[in-house]
Design a protein around this ligand. Structure first.
Ligand SMILES: [Zn+2]
Ligand SMILES: [Zn+2]
Length: 216
């Protein structure tokens, strides 16, 4: 083999086909070449979007099939027929097939397949749209976090007033108990108030946490 051919073979063997055997796929993962030629990555052959269904095709005449848009006249390899052949995916009927390129694919050859660079442009465009959608989602999340913080700020004075009210009534209870020389009762009231204060402190810390964490 010439140096040039060895180089081409080595480059081709660096990527495995999705249908490659397990050995070749794991070799490529480890940075080794595929072992079998037929396991190397190949060109992709896809049907055009909206390709007619089998049920559509059986009902059409040969002329109607030939008149279908050129993009549907793609080849399919028939490895069961004799001899094996590339056949048109739409130009066939009961007991007959047409070798690819059929008359339509031959006549409108340039319209059959998308040029690779156009397909790439399309996938780049989709990736850019996806990126934009992601950044909008992040902005919305940030806005949401900002609004939640704002709502908490607005509610804070009311919550503080409510707490002061509760503190006041506990203080009254405690001083009433002391006047009645119910020192144990007064002590219990103080303890309960201290528990409430601890609880409020925990609530305040929890309310602040999501904003501090921010949006990743
Ligand atoms: Zn293999
Ligand atoms: Zn055809």
């Amino acid at each position: 083999m010439s140096d040039r051919l060895t180089e081409i073979a080595a480059r081709a063997a660096a990527s495995a086909d999705p249908g490659a055997c397990g050995t070749c796929r794991s070799r490529v993962r480890d940075g080794l070449p595929v072992e079998h030629d037929e396991c190397a990555a190949r060109a992709t052959l896809l049907e055009a979007p909206g390709h007619p269904y089998y049920e559509d095709l059986v009902d059409l005449t040969a002329e109607e099939k030939a008149a279908l848009p050129a993009r549907f006249h793609t080849p399919a390899f028939d490895n069961l027929g004799r001899p094996n052949a590339w056949l048109c995916r739409v130009c066939w009927g009961d007991g007959w097939v047409t070798q690819w390129p059929c008359a339509t694919a031959q006549k409108h050859g340039a319209e059959v397949f998308a040029a690779d660079h156009l397909a790439e442009d399309e996938s780049r465009k989709q990736a850019a749209q996806l990126e934009q959608a992601r950044s909008i989602a992040v902005e919305l999340e940030n806005e949401n976090a900002r609004l939640s913080a704002q709502v908490r700020d607005m509610e804070r004075p009311a919550a503080q007033a409510k707490r002061d009210e509760i503190r006041q009534s506990y203080a009254e209870l405690a001083s009433q108990a002391e006047q009645d020389r119910d020192y144990e009762g007064a002590f219990n009231v103080q303890c309960t108030l201290r528990e409430r204060e601890e609880q409020w402190k925990r609530e305040d810390e929890e309310a602040v946490r999501p904003v501090e964490g921010g949006v990743s």
